[in-house]
Design a protein around this ligand. Structure first.
Ligand SMILES: Nc1ncnc2c1ncn2[C@@H]1O[C@H](COP(=O)(O)OP(=O)(O)O)[C@@H](O)[C@H]1O
Ligand SMILES: [Mg+2]
Length: 251
């Protein structure tokens, strides 16, 4: 349902030209949790931002649910983006809005009536376990709570796809664990396709079904997590395997 064909991305500023992605071919199935792992600068954020067209490809095709994303007009792109939620390492919450108001934000933009927004926001707050903190401001929350707000906000418009760019990278191990459990539960309950970017092997190991290893703007290995990491072929993949002691499925 998500397909990238021969995708290339070159950043061309006045001073320099950076080839961030070389020739990406990728197919992500509906309902799976797909991990993309690579070191800093490998092109992970660029790749994920191409899926909701926060970046334009220099060449190639981007398909989401049968729609060619890089060919949509502004209005169609706006609607397509409502079906693609995104969460970030630094949460990107509005500091002047409470938990409830942050989660309501995308629903206000989509133009829903107040009663409908209130009902949906209450459901989401319950789903992410923030009932007691509904009227708190972001500055009053822990990192894990902030990311729960980010997740609730990303899910507000009932997306089919959730993009996660290093969403647990600013969190301690225990909080990371609880956020990954929440993403896992969301995937199972609602069948939302999750694309998760990380530089941390244990994140992939914990919740991803399939994984791509990206290095220097190219996918160097790809497949089911147990296959890729059970029998790593490239040096970089072996380095990631060394990050965790023993690999034995999704335990
Ligand atoms: N807006 C931009 N302008 C110019 N170069 C960029 C821009 N965004 C990213 N890059 C460059 O593209 C490459 C890939 O970056 P990025 O996709 O952010 O990698 P990652 O998320 O894996 O760290 C890097 O060399 C980075 O410096
Ligand atoms: Mg990045």
């Amino acid at each position: 349902m998500i397909k990238l064909n021969n995708v290339q991305k070159i950043y061309d500023n006045n001073k320099q030209r950076v080839t961030a992605l070389k020739n990406i071919n990728l197919e992500i199935k509906s309902g799976e949790i797909y991990g993309i792992i690579g070191y800093s600068g490998a092109g992970k954020s660029t790749l994920i931002r191409l899926i909701n067209m926060l970046e334009n490809p220099t060449a190639g095709e981007i398909w989401v649910n049968g729609q060619r994303m890089d060919r949509l007009n502004n209005e169609k792109l706006r609607l397509a983006r409502q079906k693609i939620g995104m969460i970030f390492q630094n949460f990107n919450l509005l500091s002047s809005r409470t938990v409830r108001q942050n989660i309501a934000f995308p629903l206000e933009i989509a133009g829903y009536p107040k009663e409908k927004i209130d009902k949906r926001v209450s459901e989401l707050i319950k789903l992410v376990g923030l009932t007691e903190r509904a009227d708190a401001y972001p500055s009053e929350l822990s990192g894990g709570q902030k990311q729960r707000v980010g997740i609730a906000r990303a899910l507000a418009n009932n997306p089919e796809v959730l993009l996660s760019d290093e969403a647990t990278s600013a969190l301690d191990p225990k909080t990371t664990e609880s956020i990954l459990n929440l993403l896992w539960e969301i995937n199972r309950k609602f069948g939302i396709t999750i694309i998760l970017i990380t530089h941390e092997m244990h994140v992939i190991k914990k919740i991803c079904h399939r994984v791509a290893v990206i290095d220097g703007g190219e996918i160097v290995e790809e497949g089911p997590v147990t296959e890729v990491f059970g029998n790593p072929k490239k040096e970089i993949t072996k380095e990631f395997v060394k990050q965790v002691p023993v690999l034995s499925g999704n335990d």
